[in-house]
Ligand binder design. Structure first.
Ligand code: PLP
Length: 410
């Protein structure tokens, strides 16, 4: 049965996460369905940034590195992300981008176990993940990359494989990998399992330790709401922490950076994965943004994201039967925080929706993505957004010329 708008409002009233929405600065008259790409702005971030810039930087200048603990931000913020991942804070560090962190981890595992010369990933994973592996193959003689499908992955595991890189939630479809099962399969072959959590952290309840994950990376600017280009994070299981060393031996990863020794000695803990001077303003935004997760039961987030996606799919089926191919797991099937629909005019449709205040995004060649961050998207927003989508389709307003030209960012 198709849910009514008032049924959606009732769901909002009963939502245990409803109060979280007021922690965000959301523009009037817009339905923001792209928190999986750039999280919305938490209200406490602007004032915190003004204080860090005007008071800490402006007044305290260089002394702020110690006085305001700037130097410890990469590990202090790791302490806020750790409960979202199900890991010890000491096993995590914040810095660089996902791309750079992948490079550091994969290169370090290859260096530690030179007899394993094959890298394994899914051919349709997020492009930067594949590019980084391709770049390592160019750089390191004798290393090969196997890009497989989900179906052929099990046969590709073997004693020659050094690293298996997977995304927990697929960036296009939001399909969720069976993390414990895949970790166990990798481990049976002695393979280092490396997970990209960019579309998973902050929306699913994760337990990397219980799953047996060896290493992980993820974004700060998607569901973690750290702001455009927010630093990423890097996790290593304790058993690897003393074995692996970053190939980017920067001074911030040195055991004693302010000894200015000419000999590199890696820091004992996760600080060894730092390279250069951390971006304090970006870290400050991420630091404040993460406060809205404090003490939160991540199972609530997962359940609400699933329910929002299920509602979206049932409304699309009811209002727009046969209009789209559904690229995401069906109603009731495990899914991340977004839903993707296929349509040959997907790009123009997304532009026409944005003009009507429904902000999603487009992924080539034909995917319309709608993200449902459970911290601030309401059930009634889903109802209203699908009503607008139905109108855009019925009136064919997406055929207007202004919606046809692609921008640099889609
Ligand atoms: C968003 C995203 C990235 C982004 O990587 P950056 O280097 O931080 O820009 C990487 N991997 C996945 C799976 C993503 O979704």
């Amino acid at each position: 049965m198709m849910p009514t708008r008032s049924a959606c409002i009732t769901l909002d009233q009963a939502d245990p996460l409803a109060a979280k929405r007021s922690a965000f600065l959301l523009p009037e008259g817009k339905f923001y369905l792209d928190g999986n790409s750039l999280g919305a702005l938490p209200k406490n971030v602007p004032a915190h940034l003004v204080n860090v810039v005007q008071s800490e930087w402006g007044q305290d200048l260089i002394t702020a590195w110690t006085k305001h603990g700037w130097i410890d931000l990469p590990s202090r913020i790791a302490g806020k992300i750790a409960p979202l991942l199900g890991v010890e804070p000491s096993a995590l560090i914040v810095g660089d981008s996902v791309s750079v962190n992948l490079f550091k981890l994969v290169a370090s595992v290859l260096a530690a176990r030179p007899e394993r010369r094959t890298l394994l990933c899914l051919a349709d994973d997020f492009p930067t993940d594949v590019y980084i592996l391709q770049g390592l193959v160019r750089l390191l003689p004798g290393i090969t990359l196997k890009c497989v499908t989900q179906e052929t992955l099990p046969q590709a595991l073997g004693a020659e494989v050094g690293v298996l890189l997977l995304s927990h939630v697929h960036y296009k479809t939001a399909a969720v990998q069976d993390m414990p099962a895949l970790c166990a399969q990798a481990q049976a072959h002695g393979i280092f399992s490396l997970w990209d959590l960019s579309h998973a952290a902050g929306v699913l309840d994760l337990d990397l330790e219980a799953a047996g994950v060896d290493g992980a990376v993820g974004c700060g600017y998607k569901y973690l709401n750290g702001g455009p280009g927010a630093p990423a994070y890097l996790y290593l299981a304790p058993c690897w922490q003393h074995i692996l060393r970053s190939p980017i031996q920067g001074w911030m990863g040195h055991a004693q950076p302010f000894d200015f020794s000419t000999h590199y000695e890696p820091a004992p803990g996760m600080a060894r994965w730092l390279a250069g001077t951390p971006p304090i303003l970006s870290l400050a935004a991420l630091d404040a943004a993460l406060d809205c997760f404090a003490g939160l039961d991540m199972r609530l987030l997962r359940a609400k994201a699933q329910a929002l996606g299920d509602l979206f799919l049932s409304l699309v089926e009811a209002h727009l039967p046969g209009e789209f191919a559904i690229a995401s797991p069906a109603i009731g099937q495990p899914r991340g925080g977004h839903v993707s629909l296929r349509h040959p005019n997907g790009y123009a449709l997304v532009q026409a929706l944005i003009a009507r205040g429904v902000v999603g995004d487009f992924r080539a060649p034909d995917l319309m993505r709608f993200g449902f961050s459970p911290l601030y998207v309401r059930y009634q927003d889903i109802w209203d957004s699908v009503a607008i989508l139905a109108d855009v389709v019925a009136t064919q307003s997406y055929m207007l010329p202004e919606f046809q030209t692609r921008g640099k960012v889609t």
